[in-house]
Design a protein around this ligand. Sequence first.
Ligand SMILES: *[C@@H]1O[C@H](CO)[C@@H](O)[C@H](O)[C@H]1NC(C)=O
Ligand SMILES: *[C@@H]1O[C@H](CO)[C@@H](O)[C@H](O)[C@H]1NC(C)=O
Ligand SMILES: *[C@@H]1O[C@H](CO)[C@@H](O)[C@H](O)[C@H]1NC(C)=O
Ligand SMILES: *[C@@H]1O[C@H](CO)[C@@H](O)[C@H](O)[C@H]1NC(C)=O
Ligand SMILES: *[C@@H]1O[C@H](CO)[C@@H](O)[C@H](O)[C@H]1NC(C)=O
Ligand SMILES: *[C@@H]1O[C@H](CO)[C@@H](O)[C@H](O)[C@H]1NC(C)=O
Ligand SMILES: *[C@@H]1O[C@H](CO)[C@@H](O)[C@H](O)[C@H]1NC(C)=O
Length: 414
Amino acid sequence: MATEIIYFLGIVFLSCSMIDASRGHGAHRTLLQVGGGGGPAVFNVMKYGAVANDKTDNVDAFRAAWADACKKSTTQAKLLIPAGTFRAGPTMFAGPCTSPSPITIEVEGTVKATTDLSEYVSPEWFTIQDIHGLVLTGKGVFDGQGAVTWPLNDCKKTKGNCAPLPASLKFFKVNDSIVRDITSLNSMYFHYHIHGCSNVTFTNLTITAPGNSPNTDGMHISTSDRITVTDSTIGTGDDCISIGHSTLNISIHRITCGPGHGISVGSLGKRPDEQSVNGITVTNCTFVNTTNGARIKTWIGTHPAEAKNIVYEDIILDGVQNPIVIDQSYGSKKKRAPSTSVWKISDVHFRKIRGTTVSNVAVSLQCSSKNPCEGVEVADVDLAYAGRPGNTTFVSSCLNAKATFGGKLNPPAC
Ligand SMILES: *[C@@H]1O[C@H](CO)[C@@H](O)[C@H](O)[C@H]1NC(C)=O
Ligand SMILES: *[C@@H]1O[C@H](CO)[C@@H](O)[C@H](O)[C@H]1NC(C)=O
Ligand SMILES: *[C@@H]1O[C@H](CO)[C@@H](O)[C@H](O)[C@H]1NC(C)=O
Ligand SMILES: *[C@@H]1O[C@H](CO)[C@@H](O)[C@H](O)[C@H]1NC(C)=O
Ligand SMILES: *[C@@H]1O[C@H](CO)[C@@H](O)[C@H](O)[C@H]1NC(C)=O
Ligand SMILES: *[C@@H]1O[C@H](CO)[C@@H](O)[C@H](O)[C@H]1NC(C)=O
Ligand SMILES: *[C@@H]1O[C@H](CO)[C@@H](O)[C@H](O)[C@H]1NC(C)=O
């Protein structure tokens, strides 16, 4: 059904550009833009009939403003969602744009998701796709209103019969772009879903959902390269950031994570088409009361691939349950048996990690018996046990891991 939507929008855009072409030069003068002063031409959704009453569905106004900004403007364009509270159902901002790059989307108000799930034909609320050079910015808020739908997504309660709920912001085939300053609140599912993107920087974001909200990952990245996430505050009910399959050169710096499940590589290998992961750097991050800190997880899997060249460095932990984890039995019912995962993990560095944990096993490297982890470095990991008193065991645990330990080590090496 998603294809139908894309097709439908394609027709609309095609006809817009045909009109434009037939009018020739000067067509942009009929657009509802406000420009001048050297900045981009501004396409304010209010001029396209948007109503900031927290009730009216503004999808049509958003689409119309976008179509003009992306497909008709002959100068750099900015779509503006001004202050106020705007309701919106599923919305697509699709390129390729013919206006000069970059195109800006500025959100100053609050955009609230329609909670009637029958309106979502595919699991996204805002889809931003096929854009080369986007700036998404503003002090505005995308409010997914997830509290209404979270009970439907609790797979434990529905015994696996849980619907894929919409991600708040889906980026698909977006290149050379910047997302900054905006807030994402209470997504129904992932807050940000990044797929098929290249060279996109996310900075100064706020991502917030309660610690017990299911699958509200702050950001999930897959099939992408050169994605950078910095200087952001993320607290959710799942991974603050998860880096999935087919990813290359992902950099994450200065993130405060918590509540949440940490910053994870994986889970990897659930499906056969998943390609390798190479070049992940997570530095200068702080984890507060998260269930995990630095985690790499793979399924047993069926199609071999690799996760390599991964660095977690300069990390501060505060009351984290599982600070350092490699788990190659993810999703396996036979948790206790050694993993036989076909995924190979190598060249992984956990360096300069300090703070407190509530776990007796602070470092846990559980690798595949078929593909032992290679080149794992644990250096200057200095943690203090701050869990329940009584059990003073404080250890590292390794299985099928070719690991070297160095520097100051608390707990001691395997
Ligand atoms: C983005 O980059 C990829 C890989 O370089 C390319 O295949 C794709 O066409 C680009 N997309 C856009 C919208 O520029
Ligand atoms: C990456 O994207 C930025 C815009 O965010 C752009 O300025 C830069 O030139 C791009 N880098 C490459 C190598 O294309
Ligand atoms: C970060 O974003 C907020 C709005 O959410 C803004 O007020 C603040 O100035 C931004 N900080 C930087 C360093 O750009
Ligand atoms: C990935 O990073 C490596 C090491 O910095 C670099 O050699 C390589 O060119 C990068 N590849 C891409 C696609 O950015
Ligand atoms: C991380 O923190 C260390 C120590 O404070 C500092 O030397 C380094 O420049 C920082 N790196 C980044 C990417 O923030
Ligand atoms: C972390 O958890 C502890 C114990 O549950 C609690 O006292 C503390 O307030 C929490 N800290 C934050 C920043 O949520
Ligand atoms: C203490 O914790 C370790 C690690 O979780 C566990 O193996 C051990 O059984 C515990 N000991 C007691 C007395 O609970």
